[in-house]
Ligand binder design. Structure first.
Ligand code: NAD
Length: 496
């Protein structure tokens, strides 16, 4: 375990291979506390040999794990769920320490991960298959959902517990073994999760962690004993993972970036819309793939009123270290990411957008070296601008003004990303048309961040996804199993 005492000094996050902590003999990367800007630890980069050790451990464990009954697996996952609840506070602090988000954001996202563990506790029911008797005379047919083998998960920095929890419990519940490669920027929480899985009774080798960067990912994706790869991260990397892993004959699902639009209609409740949009754009400092980063205001009056209502909410936002009470927005994850987000503020100004609120020069009191930025709001953003087209992944909200609903809908449908979207309106017909016609995977009606609950499935469209199957829920059962369909006939003894 990465202990509290180690945390006051510099610590190292090990790999977790075959139920044991393995310190890396390979290259090491620095870990930062984004609120102080200081190096607080290190994480090793697993090379080909370390990756092979983890995959072999998972391959050996597969033969016994896949032979356990779904209800035996469910019992272990239930104990895992109880341990997650018991250790909730520790997990939340680990998330905030390396990611920077506020404790309440860490708590909410951990809960969204734990909801998927809840879902796995009912795995016997979800693996039940269909049976049809007498499909021909004396012939019956039924389906089996069988596990794949060694599955791999590669996860991004922005949800260091939630996204790993969307993957490995579902894969394990279906009878697979797993190798997780968490983000190299905040790997401690994932490590603690698998320690708790072991404590819950998950046998050695069933869940492993190799830390690292591209070198590690490449070794995983091309390993001959890996059967499937789940990836979440930016679209350029998602596309690379999709094509590379598929060309190495893996089943692949790769989830990419986003530019989520919210339409605000003239008949909407603008107070509610303003409150919701501030939360949707700036919570987690905008570092979430379901954040709203574009508001499409239908009519100038809507845009003017919204800005007037959002301005005090944005400028009064409490910014600071995520572990202090009352803080609403923490720092960004790294200095490089901070510089990238700041560069988009300059780009937006040069492109001619109107910077209504400029948080780019924000300095946190007592934390001058932290990776802080204040909330930024652009008005008069046009569809040809880079700040409109590209994912910024920071607390930067753009307002685009359009004359009518159909122009708003067309803008969304023409955008290259299609992860999430929302509309604020009080008109059922407009809402229904939007739901029917919008080319986006997750849609909210007067709900700004429509992340599906654990018993639906998560997934965007267009360049926000490279595959056809979503994460968690029924889609995950399908992704983490092979379908086998049996057609059988039995003859009476005397005719044999
Ligand atoms: P990233 O693409 O930089 O990294 C994601 C993972 O890929 C990490 O584990 C990283 O080590 C690895 N990686 C990075 N570059 C690689 C390369 N060249 N080759 C192989 N592996 C590589 O993403 P990030 O900065 O960690 O996360 C932010 C991005 O993730 C945003 O674009 C965000 O929209 C996206 N995201 C998407 C979803 C979704 O469900 N669609 C959810 C969360 C985050």
């Amino acid at each position: 375990m990465v202990s509290e005492t180690q945390h006051s000094m510099k610590y190292e996050v090990p790999h977790f291979i075959n139920g044991k902590s393995v310190l890396s003999a390979d290259r090491k990367l620095e870990l930062y506390n984004p609120a102080t800007g200081l190096v607080i630890g290190h994480v090793g980069v697993a090379n080909k040999q370390s990756v092979d050790q983890a995959v072999q451990a998972a391959k050996i464990a597969f033969s016994t794990w896949s032979a356990t009954t779904p209800s035996q697996r469910a019992k272990i996952l239930f104990r895992f769920k109880m341990l997650l609840e018991q250790h909730r506070d520790q997990l939340i602090h680990l998330i905030t320490q390396e990611h920077g988000k506020t404790l309440s954001e860490a708590k909410g996202s951990l809960q969204r991960g734990m909801d998927v563990v809840d879902f796995t506790c009912n795995i016997p029911n979800h693996l039940k298959s269909a049976y049809a008797s007498d499909v021909g005379t004396g012939v019956d047919s039924y389906s089996l959902y069988q596990p794949l083998g060694v599955c791999v998960g590669i996860t991004p920095f922005n949800f260091p517990a939630m996204i790993p929890l969307w993957m490995f419990p579902m894969a394990m519940a279906c009878g697979n073994t797993f190798v997780l490669k968490p983000s190299e920027k905040d790997p401690s929480c994932a490590y603690r999760l698998v320690e708790l899985a072991k404590e819950a009774g998950v046998p050695d080798g069933v869940i492993n962690i190799v830390n690292g960067d591209k070198e590690t990912v490449d070794a995983l994706m091309t390993h001959p004993d890996v059967q499937a790869v789940s990836f979440v991260g930016s679209s350029a990397v998602a596309e690379y993972i999709y094509t590379t892993a598929a060309s190495h004959h893996k089943r692949v699902q790769a989830f990419g970036g986003a530019k989520n639009h919210c339409i605000v209609m003239p008949d909407a409740d603008l107070d509610r819309a303003a409150d919701a949009l501030v939360m949707a754009a700036y919570d987690c400092a905008g570092e979430r793939c379901m954040a709203i980063s574009v508001v499409i205001a239908v009519g100038d009056l809507v845009a003017d009123k919204l800005i007037e209502k959002m301005k005090p909410l944005i400028t009064n936002m409490q910014i600071g270290p995520g572990d202090l009470s009352g803080i609403q927005m923490g720092p960004l994850v790294t200095r490089q990411h901070l510089e990238k987000v700041k560069s988009y503020i300059e780009i937006g100004k040069q492109e001619g957008a109107k910077l209504v609120i400029d948080g780019s020069q924000y300095k946190a009191e007592d934390h001058a070296n932290g990776f802080f930025i204040g909330a930024c709001l652009f008005d008069d953003v046009k569809p040809n601008m880079r700040i409109y087209r590209e994912e910024i992944f920071g607390p930067v909200l753009s307002i685009v003004r359009v004359p009518d609903f159909s122009t708003a809908l067309q803008l969304i449908n023409e955008h290259e990303y299609g992860n999430g979207t929302a509309i604020f309106t009080n008109d059922g017909y407009t809402a229904r048309t939007f739901v029917d016609e919008v080319q986006v995977g997750m849609v909210g009606v007067n709900v700004p961040v429509p992340v599906p609950v654990a018993y639906h499935s998560f997934g965007g469209w267009k360049r926000s996804i490279f595959s056809d199957i979503g994460m968690y829920g029924k889609d995950a059962i399908r992704f983490y199993t092979k379908l086998k369909t049996v057609t059988q006939r039995w003859f009476p003894k005397e005719s044999s």
